[in-house]
Every structure is written in C-alpha cells, then in structure tokens.
Design a binder for this molecule. Structure first.
Ligand code: HEC
Ligand code: HEC
Ligand code: HEC
Ligand code: HEC
Ligand code: HEC
Length: 206
C-alpha cells in the first residue's frame, strides 16, 4: 500500500471514530436495547400474571404467566451490589419434569446435560467506572420505615421495587432497557427531596 492511502484510511477511521463517540455520548443509546437471548425465555410467561381460559376440550388452562416472584430467580439484589441471573439448576427445579415437549425447554436441557451455563446476553450494562449497588436502593427506607422507592405505579397499583428502574418486566416477552440508564437519569432521582440520595461524584465514581 502507498503511504498516502494509508494516511487517508487512518483519517477516515479517525473521523468515523469521533462521529461514533459523539453520537454515543449524545444519544439515548441504552433505552430500548433488547438483545436476542440464546433461549427464548419469556418473563411474561414465567413471571407474569396468570390468565385462565377454557380450551377446546373444555379444560381450564393458564395461557398467561406463572407468577414466579422475581427473587426466586434473581436472588441477590437485596443483599449485594449485583443482581444475579439464575443458574440453569434453578430452571431445572421445574423443567426436569415440566415443558419437556417445548422446543426451547429442550434446548435448555441440552446446555444442562453438557454442563454448560446458558450464555445469556447482558441487557443492562453500565461502564466499569460507575459504582451501582442494588441493595442500597432496595433497602433504602425513609423516617417512617417505608421503602424510599415507590411500591405503587402511577395508577396506584402495587408493583415490585424493580419496576422503578426496569419497567414492567413481568409483561415482557424479551427484556428491554426501559429508562435512559445514564448519569442524568441517576441524578434526577437522587435529587428528589424524598430520596435524600447522594449527588457527590464519589458516591458513584469511587
Ligand atoms: C424463572 C426465572 C426468572 C424470574 C421469575 C424472573 N426472571 Fe428476570 N431474568 C431471568 C433470566 C433467565 C434472565 C436472562 C435472560 C433475559 O434477559 O431474558 C433474566 C433477565 C432479567 C433482567 C435483565 C438482566 C440484564 O442482563 O440486564 C432484568 C432487569 C430482570 N430479569 C428483572 C426481573 C424482574 C423485575 C422480575 C420479576 C417481575 C424477574 N426478572 C423475574 C429469569 C427470571
Ligand atoms: C417454578 C417452576 C418454573 C421455573 C423455576 C422455571 N419455569 Fe419455565 N416454565 C414453567 C412452566 C409451568 C411452563 C409451561 C410449560 C407448558 O406450557 O407445558 C414453563 C415454560 C417455559 C418455556 C416454554 C415457553 C413456551 O410456552 O414455549 C421456556 C423456554 C422456559 N419455561 C424457560 C425457563 C427458564 C430458562 C427458566 C430458568 C431461568 C425457567 N423456565 C424456570 C415453570 C417454571
Ligand atoms: C435504582 C434502580 C434499580 C432498581 C430499583 C433495580 N435495578 Fe436492576 N439494575 C439497575 C442497574 C443500574 C443495573 C446495571 C448494573 C451494572 O451494569 O453495573 C441493573 C442490572 C440488573 C440485572 C443484571 C445483573 C447485574 O446486576 O448487573 C438484573 C438481573 C437486575 N438488575 C434485576 C433487578 C431486580 C430483580 C430488581 C428488583 C428486585 C432490580 N433489578 C431493581 C438498576 C436497578
Ligand atoms: C428511582 C430513584 C433512583 C434511581 C433511578 C437511582 N437511584 Fe441511586 N439511590 C436512590 C436512593 C433512594 C438511594 C438511597 C439513599 C439513602 O437512603 O441513603 C440511592 C443510593 C445510591 C448510592 C449510595 C450507595 C451507598 O453505598 O451509599 C449509589 C452509589 C447510587 N445510588 C448509585 C446510583 C446510580 C449509579 C444510578 C443510575 C445508574 C442510580 N443510583 C439511580 C435512588 C435512585
Ligand atoms: C448518582 C450517580 C452519579 C453521580 C452522583 C455522578 N455520576 Fe457521573 N456518571 C454516572 C453514570 C451512570 C455514568 C455513565 C453514563 C453513561 O455511560 O451513559 C456517569 C458518567 C460520567 C462521566 C463520563 C462522561 C459521560 O457523561 O458519560 C463523567 C466525566 C462523570 N460521570 C463525571 C461526574 C462528576 C464530575 C460528578 C460529580 C459532579 C458525577 N459524575 C456524579 C453516575 C453518576
């Protein structure tokens, strides 16, 4: 390759890089992100509310969700920084006997039989220089001993604390990012008088 074309390529790459970084910094890149997962796992089906229907044989069947509580699978958030994804063993508590005629349940069992974890794709992922702690949020109480994070939605219906940040996961077929998950979003909530949460740089950048 001639020296000039190398320089031209280098400049093009640099310009593209600067444009991409700018675009990233200015846009709401995270909101709406909904990666495909290796197993078609549906929160709506697993954690959603049941919907009973009578089928053609006259049997009463649940075509909605099984209402499994979030913490059955995401055990950590009240104790530690990170919420955890369930190991396949948790799924197998039920699926060693349930749903064995379903394509994706069989796929899951293949991972299990091979002794491999399911390679779930991370949906929410902050940069490493940000410190976030689930338990600090979920355990935060006001003077009356009530949860600082609202436990009812805008319509006054009860909800899990998770919904404040993750939206209505129990209604999702595929998990997507519902809020901006950028610094402004964190600060907007921390600044609310009833939250009394820190806005010091070192709280989140330590
Ligand atoms: C039966 C187990 C199970 C239950 C119950 C469950 N989840 Fe999940 N959850 C998973 C699995 C598996 C994944 C990874 C695959 C995916 O993203 O869909 C996940 C992913 C997530 C993610 C995205 C994680 C990331 O990578 O950023 C959030 C947020 C989440 N769940 C919240 C909830 C909430 C809130 C509830 C209760 C309403 C709940 N989950 C109930 C199994 C469960
Ligand atoms: C508490 C029991 C229970 C647990 C735990 C559980 N499931 Fe399920 N799951 C069910 C039931 C019940 C069904 C419905 C089976 C049917 O319709 O025959 C189901 C259905 C499914 C289906 C098929 C959906 C469809 O209709 O095609 C998939 C995929 C699935 N589960 C994945 C998972 C994964 C992955 C985990 C672990 C993260 C998990 N499940 C944990 C009870 C459970
Ligand atoms: C105050 C906002 C907030 C609340 C409330 C919240 N989360 Fe999160 N969640 C986050 C953030 C921010 C991340 C990304 C963390 C990272 O990338 O370091 C995250 C990530 C996750 C993940 C991916 C694994 C991880 O820890 O990185 C799961 C699973 C999850 N949350 C589940 C839950 C569940 C279940 C609840 C309710 C019990 C909940 N979250 C409540 C903000 C919240
Ligand atoms: C819905 C409101 C809300 C959102 C959104 C939110 N926070 Fe918080 N945060 C709180 C509350 C409430 C507390 C606890 C304040 C107290 O009682 O001390 C807190 C506390 C914290 C703490 C202090 C933990 C400690 O060890 O002292 C950190 C760090 C933190 N949040 C980081 C974040 C980051 C990073 C984000 C955005 C990714 C975020 N928060 C989004 C409400 C929120
Ligand atoms: C409540 C939590 C929180 C507090 C307090 C906070 N930040 Fe951040 N900061 C974040 C998050 C989350 C990001 C990641 C934003 C992203 O990747 O979109 C971030 C990103 C940054 C960045 C990278 C550039 C950018 O905008 O993405 C800088 C620089 C920064 N913060 C400086 C500060 C300074 C200076 C302070 C104090 C005045 C501060 N932060 C206070 C949560 C916080």
């Amino acid at each position: 390759m001639k020296g000039r074309s190398v320089i031209r390529i280098a400049i093009t790459v640099l310009v593209l890089f600067v444009m991409a970084s700018l675009g990233y910094a200015l846009s709401n890149v995270r909101k709406g992100y909904a990666p495909r997962q290796p197993i078609a796992f549906s929160h709506k089906r697993m954690a959603g509310a049941p919907v009973m229907q009578v089928n053609e044989k006259g049997e009463n069947v649940n075509v909605g969700g099984f209402g499994i509580p979030c913490l059955y699978c995401h055990t950590m958030p009240y104790k530690g920084r990170h919420s955890t994804l369930p190991s396949t063993a948790v799924c197998m508590n039920c699926h060693s006997t349930v749903g064995l005629n379903k394509e994706w349940v069989l796929k899951m069992k293949e991972y299990w039989d091979r002794g491999e974890p399911i390679p779930w794709v991370k949906v929410h992922d902050l940069p490493d220089f940000v410190y976030f702690d689930h338990s600090a949020h979920l355990n935060a109480k006001n003077e009356k001993g009530e949860s600082k994070l609202p436990l009812v939605d805008e319509e006054g219906k009860p909800m899990v604390a998770c919904q404040n940040c993750h939206g209505k996961v129990a209604e999702m077929e595929i998990v997507s990012v519902q809020k901006p998950f950028n610094m402004q979003w964190c600060l907007d909530c921390h600044r609310k008088p009833e939250m009394k949460a820190s806005t010091d740089c070192v709280a989140c950048h330590r």
